[in-house]
Design a protein around this ligand. Sequence first.
Ligand code: SAH
Length: 506
Amino acid sequence: MKKNDIFTVKITDTGMDGEGIGKVGSAGADASADDFADAEGFTLFIKDAVIGDTVQARVMKAKKSYAYAKLEKVLEPSPFRITPVCAFSRQCGGCQLQVLSYDRQLEFKENKIRNNLIRLGGLTPERVDEIMEPILGMEDPWHYRNKAQFPFGTDRDGNVVTGFYAGRTHTIIPNTDCALGVPENRQVLEIILAHMKRFHISAYDEQTGKGLLRHALIRKGFQSGQLMVCLVLNGSSLPEEEILADALWQLPGMTSLSVNTNRERTNVILGKELRVVRGAGFIEDSIGGVTFRISPLSFYQVNPVQTEKLYSQALAYAGLTGKETVWDLYCGIGTISLFLAKQAGRVYGVEIVPEAIRDAWENAQINGITNAEFFVGKAEEVLPEKYEREGIRADVIVVDPPRKGCDERCLETMVKMQPERIVYVSCDPATLARDLRYLREKGYEVQKVRGCDMFPGTVHVETVCLLSKLNVRHHIEIELKRDELYLTSVKSKATYDEIKAHVLEK
Ligand code: SAH
């Protein structure tokens, strides 16, 4: 098999990144391939091909037993293939699953969770079937995002453009009307583009590190209708900021305009410096009756409809009665903490971004919640310190880490604290499964798992998981059986209490 060979294959599976997977030879003899015999059984990974399609694909990169191929033609479309809503669905790096029917997207995501739990988490397929609850999908899986970050650049004719990066590149596809975002994005971007044209403001150029406007971050409170715009600059101010603010304030809901300075040559979008141009510097929104203040630098879940379902599930798994001490690690602006606070005795939140913790305190106050406390710092540093130095305990620990999962020090302390239950909220099933394996080895067992589709159209999936501490008595019984031989020979006359002491010691 070599580059530019063309094969006809039937797509039988979906890869981790949403690509179609098919085996050479699966669609019968293939006259178009010149060395078909050599290639038989080769697995092709084909971006944009959908499970159930029969496609013609061109090999781009061949390896020993598999190859990456480009979709040339759909010969027989899959019954699960749908017409894309967005004209840019193939070029854009955002939606990998847009042409797959929503039911099938949900199935793909459940399988992704399931496979990770088995391969990396060490759970048996039977156990996964037993504990997995049906994924929480959306009724209308479009225009769900409350946040978007649009990069700015310059096209070949020298015009400033904004849109989305093409898959795996930093080439901007001009498009101000993303099907996942709110309609206001387009209005905001058109105003910014017109302002740049009028005052000859340049877009940032990643190659040279020159140019001013890098990104526009837009956030909308779905409940409050408030709009926030934050411009990321390779500099400290934008020409005629007040005129831009006047134009933006024509839009209903416009609440906050700020500029963020990022002079680094990096892919990280936001810098640390923030200055409010007009308005409050934050917006408010509410989820499940709790109101949240959100600053530009703070993390806030992007899909509010699904977030309410996710948090409700986390609350159900936490099994609170009103007395419990709860830790919410990686708490952001305190969303989960405050969602749980009403039904807990005391809640402690830990988060690394200081602005988010400021928002969290403010949010507790806005909602009249007095039993929540927040700490700035790394979960893996704050938790051991609070536990080892101050002896703070936990009945329930909730974690909601970024994609890389929990630091092992954090997991280690969680286990030492011996909470009754751990609720793990995760945006990456692979790191979730890795961490679950650790917790399972240390005396916790996964009792329930549920997917929540926070990101329709994409390959990403959120998972919420309940673990509980294994019954100590159950533990002792197993140990006794294992030690039977040893016990009968050495300690044949031991009393039950002596045996128990021995087992506990071991
Ligand atoms: N639970 C929140 C936020 C989840 S996102 C919500 O649902 O809104 C993960 C959060 O973890 C982010 O706010 C990020 O800033 C924070 N974070 C990343 N690394 C961290 C660490 N080592 N310790 C504590 N917080 C961290």
